[in-house]
Write a protein that binds this ligand. Sequence first.
Ligand SMILES: C[S@@+](CC[C@H](N)C(=O)[O-])C[C@H]1O[C@@H](n2cnc3c(N)ncnc32)[C@H](O)[C@@H]1O
Length: 280
Amino acid sequence: MNDQEFDYLKQRILALAGIDLECYKSQQMRRRLEAFIAAQGMDTIPFCSVLARDPGALAKLRDFLTINVTEFFRDREQYQVLRTVILPKLLRRTDRLNIWSAGCSRGAEAYSTAMILQEISPGQAHRTLATDIDEGVLAVARKGGPYSPSDLKNVDRSLLLKYFTKSEEDLMVAPAIRRRVEFRKHNLLSDRFEPGFDLIICRNVTIYFSDGAKTKLLQGFHSSLKEQGVLFIGATETLLSAPSLGFEWIGKCFYRKSASSRLPQAQEAAAPLPRAVEGR
Ligand SMILES: C[S@@+](CC[C@H](N)C(=O)[O-])C[C@H]1O[C@@H](n2cnc3c(N)ncnc32)[C@H](O)[C@@H]1O
């Protein structure tokens, strides 16, 4: 694909799918798109014409671009820290947590958090907003599934029995948990961010975002979090620029919005664990 074809393809994808590829790592995205278009047995320009007239082809491309792999309690160890350290600490400050699962895919991460909250603060009404750019995954999330056995491999048996119902071979999230999560379409690269969150979970979403897009996203998350609010990211991600953006590292995958008047200077590797995580 030459430069002109790549530019044209980016324009078509923005117009047809609402995804701005300027916000993604350019060379990586180009290679991925070349491989995808070649696998369809086409060249770039004919592929653009197909996208304009075939909604199925557009949906397939959108799936490919957004990569919506997910599972419940992805990275068990980090969910354990969420359960035993982060959420109890946040709950000491408010009895109605406001949580945002950003880039939620089929809802596994938002539902995992809702299950933990039901376990540690039963009956308490927290709010969990879960958003994604992809309507297809949101439709599954809103119905509470179905989820396959591989989506559920990290779920403890006791939680499976309490919070899921069986539908043929697959499992659905039980209505009591489903009702606790509100799903909404939202593009992290262009839509407005709501303020007032105690916890933002954004995991495995930004791997193909450009550095500029990631920085803008973090600034948005910073404004959206309450003071001392927590950002929970993926196990393979790090926020090297976190201190300069007003976040302090408080343990693997967890960053806290620091008081703006005293931004921490230390780099992530040197930052001490918070007392809560140390004392685990
Ligand atoms: C790999 S999944 C991660 C799902 C979940 N956070 C997890 O870790 O299990 C990435 C999700 O990010 C969503 N996504 C990608 N770009 C996005 C954007 N610009 N705005 C909102 N969601 C986006 C995709 O649709 C996809 O569902």
